[in-house]
Design a protein around this ligand. Sequence first.
Ligand SMILES: Cc1cc2nc3c(=O)[nH]c(=O)nc-3n(C[C@H](O)[C@H](O)[C@H](O)COP(=O)(O)O)c2cc1C
Length: 227
Amino acid sequence: MSSQRDVLLLVGSAKRPRSTSESLGSYLCERLGERGFETETLLIHRALKSDQGREELLAAADHAGVIVLAFPLYVDSLPYLVIKAMEVIAKHRRAGGEREKQRLLAIVNCGFPEARQNDTALAICRQFAREVGLEWAGGLALGGGEAIGGQALPKVKGMARNVIKSLDLAAAALAEGKPVPQEAAGAMAKPITPGWIYALLGGIGWKRQAKKHGAQKKLRDRPYHQS
Ligand SMILES: Cc1cc2nc3c(=O)[nH]c(=O)nc-3n(C[C@H](O)[C@H](O)[C@H](O)COP(=O)(O)O)c2cc1C
């Protein structure tokens, strides 16, 4: 039986010690905690390591009134372990009987600066919710997630201003049993850094890495190009 006041945060990044996915999900859970919700966090990569972990994940997912799935974008889609967790949950729910209302919110962050890179991943999450009988509470997409780099959002300060605004709005809506408003999705999608700064810093980082690997003269190579 699920409890509407219980929130399960499923973190889909295996990055240690902390990921941006965890920063975003934890901030939201803290705000829900302030509103009287009980919150629990599970790291998907750990949970899926053992049968016991898998059972714990399924029990927590059965119990939670709100499931928050926070993960990074991998190759325009979901990381393998997040897909695996979805498959495990779907199989379990198909075998089960009556269920009370449970809601799913997805938060995805990606490396490229445009939040819309995450559109397909959010559509997959929405379809997952539909297929397993979870109510879709909405999706939040963040571009340039590396700028947060797993830090606690209040520490990131100015740069995370819109991210914080988005999650505050999302927490308020979820607490009232509503889906996250469009305003929250819009605030999350606002670029963390202007595109030209991203390109500048990305270029510097790219050249540094090339130098480290002795490949600075090979950056324009096209080994698979066919003339
Ligand atoms: C295997 C892999 C694939 C990735 N694919 C994409 C991608 O398709 N588009 C993108 O914008 N970022 C991509 N990224 C970047 C991550 O989404 C980005 O670094 C994100 O901020 C990591 O979040 P986390 O700290 O929660 O793990 C990829 C990263 C990895 C490791």
